[in-house]
Design a protein around this ligand. Structure first.
Ligand SMILES: Nc1ncnc2c1ncn2[C@@H]1O[C@H](COP(=O)(O)OP(=O)(O)O)[C@@H](O)[C@H]1O
Ligand SMILES: O=C(CO)[C@@H](O)[C@H](O)COP(=O)(O)O
Length: 491
């Protein structure tokens, strides 16, 4: 039995899945937590990755591995490969004014045309503009900019600063993939290339693509990771980081949502709703769309196609926060929500607890609406939290469908997808047949798909894990009440 491994280094944790390369059956898995926060020292991701690999029983028998990661995180490296500051993550909103500046300077339509998206605070390019304006001393020392999965893969291959990488700090060996490059805001899905002029406009410094084997002259250019192809082997894991095993191939890696699509085998006609720290709704399309409203970002996927996506800042933690408010655990929370009627008797939660990315309201806060003496019950509050989390994503799906995407099946994944209340409410909020794959880490599974693809040269078609299917039960009134409440919010 050949083995492949997939890693998901996401916001709240690092997950490792070791699978049978022939059947896709899960053989063993591991997990390690990440600290909370919107800016994190990448060395904590590295330690969690090593801990999660150990928790999964190590890499013995593994022939290939890929790393998927939370998107957009800004890892700044100096010429010696040192991380210059904690990484600002996708959910850090301090660069919202910088995003507004870029839109004011270049226009939403031009930005969307050049790099597929209207950048908001989540995008790497806005974080770079924030560093230029607020940390000029650091900006001057930046020799390379990497994303979380890029940096972890570079470290796994043995590169790193003195004392942390047996192969030394060769920045020319940095690689990424098209799906994660899409989230920088300076890589174009249409051109399949970086827009280095846009990078220079935002950061005030010239950039070039990493060139393996190039003798590094300090030409003053910021190095951007080379974009590897979907089935490319970018190197091997250094034995030091593989428990002494040598020759384990490393795939290109991916952004977590694109890896999730690979893990599900999502194809045209599928839409995926992922309820993790972020809420995402995305489809797989053969051509890039365009959206200059900012509701939909046009990313590349990890298979050579495209991934129009809408993302919210507030997803699974809406339920955790509300459960804490009610003093109950998530299992009891689901029971309570199911005890309420669909529509929560008119109670609506607009869940902008951390501000919101879509719509772009970084300073917003959450709000309850429709509370009366009769409707203010624990059951209605719980259900309103579930419905509000889903409705905010349904707005994004509407925008994706307006691009001509067809939704024949909605696949529900992410930690909160395991909630029976979430599964039932999804069938009521969305007017698309819902299927819930068996509990699993589909981002890590997708990274393992990529690893198997790099190993064999053929994209594996592993059988689809078991699916639950809540009965269709669309309740348009839920969205109507939510839209009325949300439209009134301005920050
Ligand atoms: N049964 C459940 N009901 C509601 N939320 C859940 C449930 N199980 C896990 N979660 C939530 O899912 C989140 C973790 O999901 P995950 O997809 O791993 O997140 P991420 O990939 O962003 O780290 C946590 O916030 C956790 O509280
Ligand atoms: O910002 C995005 C996608 O644009 C998020 O999807 C992040 O990639 C974080 O993912 P999770 O940690 O929530 O899985």
């Amino acid at each position: 039995m050949g083995l492949v491994a997939g890693i998901d280094s996401s916001t709240q944790s690092c997950k490792v899945a070791v699978l049978d390369s022939g059947t896709g059956a899960l053989v063993r898995s591991g997990k390690a937590a990440h600290p909370d926060g919107t800016e994190i020292d990448p060395s904590l991701w590295w330690e969690a990755l090593l801990e999660a690999v150990a928790d999964a029983g190590g890499l013995e028998g593994v022939s290939a591995l890929s790393v998927a990661g939370q998107q957009h995180g800004m890892v700044l490296l100096d010429a010696s490969g040192n991380v210059l500051r904690p990484a600002l993550l996708w959910n850090d909103t301090r660069s919202a004014p910088a995003a507004n500046d870029l839109v004011a300077e270049l226009g939403a339509a031009e930005l969307a045309a050049r790099c597929g998206s209207v950048p908001v605070a989540s995008f790497t390019i806005t974080k770079l503009r924030w560093v230029r304006d607020n940390e000029p001393g650091i900006a001057r020392r930046v020799a390379a900019v990497a994303l979380p999965h890029d940096w972890l893969a570079w470290r796994l291959r043995g590169y790193g600063p003195a004392g942390h990488g047996p192969l030394g700090p060769d920045l020319e060996e940095l690689t990424t993939d098209r799906s994660d490059a899409s989230g920088t805001g300076y890589w174009s899905p249409r051109l399949e290339d970086y827009d280095v002029e846009l990078f220079g406009h935002a950061f005030g410094r010239a950039a070039r693509v990493a060139s393996p084997g190039r003798f590094r002259q300090d030409d003053g250019h910021v190095i951007l990771p080379r974009v590897a192809g979907p089935a490319e082997t970018t190197g091997t894991i250094h034995p030091t980081h593989a428990g002494g095993f040598d020759g384990i191939r490393l795939g290109a890696g991916a952004g977590d949502n694109a890896a999730g699509a690979l893990g599900l085998g999502a194809m045209s006609g599928d839409v995926v709703v992922s309820l993790g720290t972020s809420g995402t709704v995305y489809a797989v399309t053969d051509s890039p769309g365009a959206d200059d409203t900012g509701t939909v970002a046009v990313f590349a996927d990890a298979s050579g196609a495209y991934l129009p996506i809408s993302v919210t800042l507030n997803a699974a933690r809406v339920l955790g926060t509300t459960a804490s408010l009610l003093g109950i655990d998530l299992e009891r929370f689901s029971e309570l929500a199911l005890a309420a009627e669909p529509g929560s008797d008119g109670v609506v939660l607009v869940p902008y607890f951390e501000g919101e990315r879509t719509p772009n309201l970084p300073d917003a806060t959450a709000s309850f609406h429709g509370l009366s003496l009769a409707s203010t019950t624990r059951e209605n509050v719980a259900r309103a939290a579930v419905e509000g989390m889903l409705c905010s994503l349904a707005v994004g799906l509407d925008a994706i469908l307006r691009q001509g995407v067809t939704a024949k099946r909605l696949l529900l994944i992410g930690g909160a997808a395991q909630s029976p209340a979430v599964q039932a409410a999804t069938a009521q909020v969305f007017d698309v047949p819902v299927q819930v794959p068996a509990p699993g880490e589909y981002v890590a599974r997708g990274a393992a798909v990529q690893a198997a693809w790099a190993l064999s040269g053929i994209r594996p078609e592993w059988p689809h894990p078991g699916l639950a299917a809540p009965e269709p039960d669309h309740r348009p009134a839920i969205r109507e009440r939510y839209n009325t409440a949300a439209e009134g919010i301005r920050f």
